[in-house]
Design a protein around this ligand. Structure first.
Ligand SMILES: *Cc1c(COP(=O)(O)O)cnc(C)c1O
Length: 461
């Protein structure tokens, strides 16, 4: 039978380009010299030597003409600026939350909230806490508990919503520790694993449990639009809704949110706390004034509030989200077709290469993730991030202890790179895959006492 289905068309960038920035192109030998000088640590390489920068999707978005235009009409008044009014209106319309406190970025919102509501010895559950969230909870003396479903901890497992909370464990946890839980959280999308989404059904289930135990429900909503779009794509009976409608329902199920505007705010800086009720507000305002700024600017210039306000609206445009989510699924499928395994399925904002499964000739002590990060830089000028034994392994009494997984993360900036960039990168990855046995391992030659991935130096073994 003849196939009469229309051929699916290429998903194109739903924008045209008004302002451009040149890509640096260096030779392999130039990059070799830079890499040696940086001790084989890409955190120590200057951005001007990087052709494709996939270190993070945070604060790296390209802004739109509308955002730049809004910045020009910002009202920089110290108190009661019109930019704040517009920003507050956008957040209220999106979330339904009455009380809006701007902050300079997401972790400032975390520090403020936990500083006000947490007492030492308390516990805060989530699917997975992001690292700054965990650090701020621990800094205030409480414990951060991860209760993601079992599938979310298995990189090879296929599951549409690997960010889901394990509802049975959450219920048991809340029953046991009810009086010690100042708030319950949920990260959407779950950053762990490259932005794995949480289903609407699961968000409803989480809300019900927190409500049953009288625990305020706070969303870590950095990627709310990507989560809402993945619900529309993957969840039964959600396909005909608008993404905005799904996002609004998501927020309506919680009591408030913490937000980094550097992700789905499509901005280079900014964040906020938004809440349904006012019981924490006086203490939050006092702390905000003390450490961030007056409550109508919260550590930001009014022009940043304008950019964030426009970004929060643009991010819900569905042609944008179709293109955005296509990037990570296209790259995962392209890498898999070359025999380069990735965590399944691709998340919203990143792809994780399984370096242990790809570079089978390198044992964990030869740091296969870091070796791949360096090869991708040398060959293609790509900057990626090792999430393996360099980041999570340890040296105990001079002895190497590996991490559970050896991953390399490619996190995609929003609206920055095009389809032809991604095709070019896949061509380069094909060449790397063809000669992968020749990739040499690395070892750490110097390491600091904490957070060694940022500043360690390496040498080839
Ligand atoms: C980035 C991020 C944060 C922290 O936000 P910053 O703006 O980087 O301070 C918190 N939670 C999640 C899930 C994030 O991705």
């Amino acid at each position: 039978m003849k196939n009469t289905e229309p051929r699916p068309r290429t998903i194109i960038e739903p924008f045209k380009i008004k302002m451009v920035e040149p890509l640096p192109f260096l030779s392999r030998s130039e990059r070799q010299q830079i890499l040696v000088e940086a001790g084989y640590n890409l955190f120590l390489v200057e951005a001007k030597s990087v052709t494709f920068d996939f270190l993070t999707d945070s604060g790296t978005s390209a802004m739109s003409a509308a955002q730049w235009g809004a910045m020009m009409i910002a009202d920089e008044s110290y108190a009661g600026s019109q930019s704040f009014s517009r920003f507050q209106q956008t957040v209220r319309d999106l979330t339904g939350y009455e009380f809006v406190l701007p902050t300079h970025q997401g972790r400032a919102a975390e520090r403020l909230l936990f500083g006000v509501i947490v007492k030492p010895g308390m516990k805060i559950p989530s699917n997975n806490h992001f690292d700054t969230t965990r650090a701020n909870i621990e800094q205030s003396g409480a414990e951060a508990i991860d209760l993601v479903i079992a599938e979310g901890r298995d990189p090879a497992k296929q599951h549409s919503f690997k960010g889901n909370m394990d509802l049975d464990r959450l219920d048991a946890f809340c029953a046991k520790y009810q009086s010690e839980i100042p708030c319950g959280m949920l990260t959407i999308t779950n950053n762990t694993g490259g932005g794995q989404p949480v289903s609407l059904e699961n968000i409803r289930g989480v809300a019900k449990i927190y409500k049953k135990y009288g625990i305020p429900f706070i969303l870590d909503a950095c990627r709310f639009a990507e989560n809402s779009y993945l619900i529309k794509l993957r969840e039964q009976n959600q396909g005909s809704r608008t993404v905005k409608d799904i996002a609004q329902e998501t927020f309506s199920l919680a009591d408030g949110c913490l937000m980094s505007g550097k992700k789905d705010g499509l901005s280079n800086i900014g964040g906020f706390i938004a809440l349904k009720e006012s019981q924490w507000l006086p203490a939050l305002r006092a702390s905000l004034i003390l450490t961030e700024g007056f409550p109508t600017y919260g550590g930001l210039a009014a022009r940043d509030l304008e950019a964030l306000s426009v970004g929060l609206q643009e991010v819900l445009e569905e042609p944008y989200l179709a293109y955005r989510i296509a990037v990570s699924s296209y790259m995962a499928a392209g890498l898999n077709a070359l025999g380069i395994p990735t965590m399944q399925p691709a998340g919203g904002h990143a792809v994780y290469i399984d370096a242990k499964a790809f570079l089978t000739h390198l044992p964990p002590e030869h740091l296969p993730g870091q070796a791949l990060v360096c090869e991708m830089f040398l060959a293609e000028g790509i900057r990626s991030c090792e999430i393996g034994s360099v980041m999570f392994g340890k040296t105990v009494n001079g002895k190497f202890q590996p991490a559970a997984m050896e991953l390399v993360r490619l996190a995609f900036p929003r609206r920055v790179y095009t389809q032809s960039h991604f095709d070019y990168i896949l061509e380069g990855m094909a060449e790397i895959a063809a000669r992968k046995e020749r990739i040499r391992g690395l070892k750490i030659s110097w390491e600091p006492p904490f957070l060694r991935h940022f500043t360690s130096r390496f040498e080839v073994v």
